[in-house]
Design a protein around this ligand. Sequence first.
Ligand code: IPE
Ligand code: IPE
Ligand code: MG
Length: 254
Amino acid sequence: MIKRLWAKLGKSSLPTADSLTLENIPQHVAIIMDGNGRWAKNRGLPRVAGHHSGMKTVKRITIAADRLGIKYLTMYAFSTENWKRPKSEVDFLMKLPQQFLEIELDELISNNVQVRMMGTREKLPQHTLYALEEAMRKTANNTGLVLNFALNYGSRMEMLDAVKEIAKDVQEGHITVDGIDDALMSSRLLSCDIPDPDLLIRTSGELRLSNFMLWQLAYSELWFTDVYWPEFTDKHFYGAIQEYQRRARRYGGL
Ligand code: IPE
Ligand code: IPE
Ligand code: MG
């Protein structure tokens, strides 16, 4: 089947045959998209220009992930701590989902992509929520790549909410303390119906998790690059996957 998204890409964007093993493609890739502000600053542009440019990278990497047959792509777009930024920047960031979906939704639909959101709806402006909910509704039955936006997401808040819910269930006698295990905890997180990430990518040279999927990343492979998100290309992405394929995942065994 010829996919319109891919039709736009030249052959040059294909990974070379010997660079990736198609049998060992990660099922779930999570990305901390970082460095938009610094990218803009280096060019004498306002920070928001970096966010605008970063949107194009989202599209680029969505296409690349879809093309490789990755099933879940989680993109950290806004953290629960990002509200600390100046209001003008937050306002700009909150308009991006709408802008992105206005341009891309039809193409996402025709490529069988399912859009999801992982985060707290509270505090999100109405227009941001509306755009995402429309996209989720229109793509709910799609069976291809799951494009999961972590928006107003914070791992500690996610875990605290899960713990409170579990505590309440214990209090009300629905579960016993001994019944609390890994699977139960996972099932109470916002990512409950998504497998843990196999690979985490962070751009911009920062070597930290910044409150992202702390529970789910327990055994994920981590890959960092100095490249800023707006200049992150499908080649960099394939490079990360290639490195992933060289790793031995032992999960504590031998
Ligand atoms: C990532 O880029 C986007 C968000 C956090 C929303 P930054 O805005 O953090 O860019 P830097 O890290 O300041 O360069
Ligand atoms: C993490 O980046 C959040 C997102 C990419 C959405 P930050 O730029 O907010 O992280 P810190 O502040 O450098 O840890
Ligand atoms: Mg940053």
